[in-house]
Design a binder for this molecule. Structure first.
Ligand code: SF4
Ligand code: SF4
Length: 471
């Protein structure tokens, strides 16, 4: 049964007053006080779990009625709550709330990322994608995310077959992306958009993004005036809203948003493992977006699958806290608890993942204090896992006669050490060694070790990695 939140009152007048106050902003209904709860006026106000935080903020802001707050699960499991704690749930990050009626505030907070679609015989299994889309839409979710480059265009074609041709166009949002890295001349941009429109058959894109922006792609956008191109797409009705996905430092994000306030939203990589990491810096990027009052679409909430696999110690920690919650649910709920989101994209690869994600996101409840403590504990476990202490300074790379991407290989191996994610580590290893030397091609000249400020025994570690990640 669904979880809901219940306000009880000292007086009937208070119940009527607060019911009126809450129902202006949410689906608040009056009902008799449950018999599990005593000492009240007899009437209570029930609000959906998804509006719990907002309701607590509204109730605390009024001084007309004394009240108590309860969470009700399974129809009768009642827990009394501190409304101040609930209202603060969105502020655990220390980030201020943005305006209430922001772009995307009404979009359900789980989006279907179409980057890792299920495969059959080496191609996308469109029949399974149809089943996933049916389930997703039936549960009330509406946001789909694809890109020109995903699967070399196969993702856009799958979107057409499984979504665009099967659901009324206004019943869902489709996001697509301009491949900035491939722009060689100004006319390319229009050609990319027309190809995406043709492949998807969507007619227009609800959200259209400059793909994977960073400092070097800003230069491309400047050179070909992609900024104005995006604004014109909006004026032409091809894009309803324009923004960009982002992979760089918060300072670069701040610079883009300062120079280009016409961009309405930003897609950021956010997850609890990267929240305070040195490379991704999710928290600081999120804070920059909030500073500019831009809503955020979240990508990589499970860090490319790493926060689903996890080591036995981490799995035990989560399971001890809640044996019924999937490991992925902790990661998705962590990001979905942030204020100011358009949605949280999950790159679901089969129906089972879809059913798990929708099960806890259909009636989303933000993380509570105890659950944040569990996440903190897990982050501590991740940080304390021994890894190769490579800082990616690359001092070792230039002199290597075998052109081995040493920091890239170490990063791939660290994924295995920290998250137990063998599949992800092997995939990263393949990327790191594409057109470069393999770990096993090391000729032990020791030039790299003489350069390494971290004094890593590079040759020994490469030998170890070759035995584990090479196939
Ligand atoms: S020891 Fe191996 S990895 Fe290091 S520079 Fe020589 S060949 Fe490259
Ligand atoms: S020199 Fe050492 S720390 Fe720097 S990239 Fe190479 S292995 Fe990593």
């Amino acid at each position: 049964m669904e979880t809901y939140y219940l306000y009880t009152f000292e007086s009937t007048h208070g119940a009527i007053y607060c019911h009126k106050l809450l129902r202006e902003q949410m689906d608040a209904v009056m009902m008799p006080v449950l018999r599990e709860i005593s000492a009240s006026c007899g009437m209570a106000v029930r609000v959906p779990a998804g509006d719990a935080v907002r309701s607590a903020e509204l109730m605390l802001a009024q001084d007309e009625a004394e009240f108590a707050l309860y969470r009700v699960e399974n129809g009768h499991d009642v827990t009394r709550l501190d409304p101040h704690e609930l209202a603060n749930a969105n502020n655990k990050t220390g980030v201020r709330n943005m305006s209430e009626n922001y772009l995307g505030c009404n979009i359900p907070k789980l989006g279907f990322g179409l980057m890792r679609l299920p495969q059959k015989d080496g191609v996308i299994d469109v029949e399974q994608v149809k089943k996933m889309a049916d389930h997703f839409m039936a549960k009330g979710f509406t946001y789909f995310d694809t890109a020109y480059v995903y699967g070399g265009g196969a993702s856009e074609l799958a979107a057409k077959e499984a979504i665009v041709e099967r659901f009324p166009r206004e019943s869902f949002q489709l996001a697509d992306k301009l491949p900035v890295i491939d722009i060689k001349k100004e006319e390319d941009m229009e050609a990319f958009v027309q190809t995406s429109l043709e492949r998807t058959g969507a007619g227009y894109f609800d959200f259209y993004l400059l793909h994977a922006m960073n400092a070097s792609k800003v230069e491309i956008c400047d050179k070909f005036n992609a900024w104005d191109f995006m604004v014109k797409l909006k004026e032409r009705g091809i894009a309803r809203h324009i923004g960009f996905s982002f992979h760089d430092k918060p300072e670069v994000l701040d610079d883009i948003l300062t120079k280009h306030p016409e961009l309405e939203f930003v897609q950021l990589q956010i997850n609890y493992a990267d929240w305070d990491s040195d490379n991704v810096q999710s928290r600081r990027c999120y804070e920059v977006a909030k500073k500019h009052n831009k809503p955020v679409t979240v990508m990589e909430p499970v860090k490319g699958g790493s926060l689903v696999t996890m080591t036995p110690a981490v799995r035990e920690t989560f399971q001890a806290a809640n044996p019924n919650a999937s490991i992925a649910s902790w990661a998705v709920r962590f990001v979905a608890s942030l204020p100011g989101l358009i949605t949280v994209l999950s790159g679901m690869s089969d129906l089972a993942q879809m059913e798990d994600n929708t099960s806890y996101m259909e009636h989303f409840v933000p993380l509570n204090d105890e659950e944040y403590k569990v996440i903190d504990k897990v982050v501590g476990l991740l940080r304390s896992t021994p890894t190769i202490p490579c800082t990616a300074c690359k001092y070792c790379v230039d002199g290597c006669p075998m052109q081995i991407n040493i920091p890239g290989i170490f990063a791939a191996y660290n994924t295995l050490l920290v998250y137990g994610n063998e599949r992800g580590a092997k995939s990263s290893y393949k990327m790191a060694t594409r057109d470069r030397g393999m770990a096993s091609s090391c000729v032990h000249c020791l030039q790299c070790e003489a350069q390494c400020p971290q004094q890593i025994n590079i040759t020994e570690r490469l030998h170890e990695i070759a035995g584990i990640l090479e196939e």
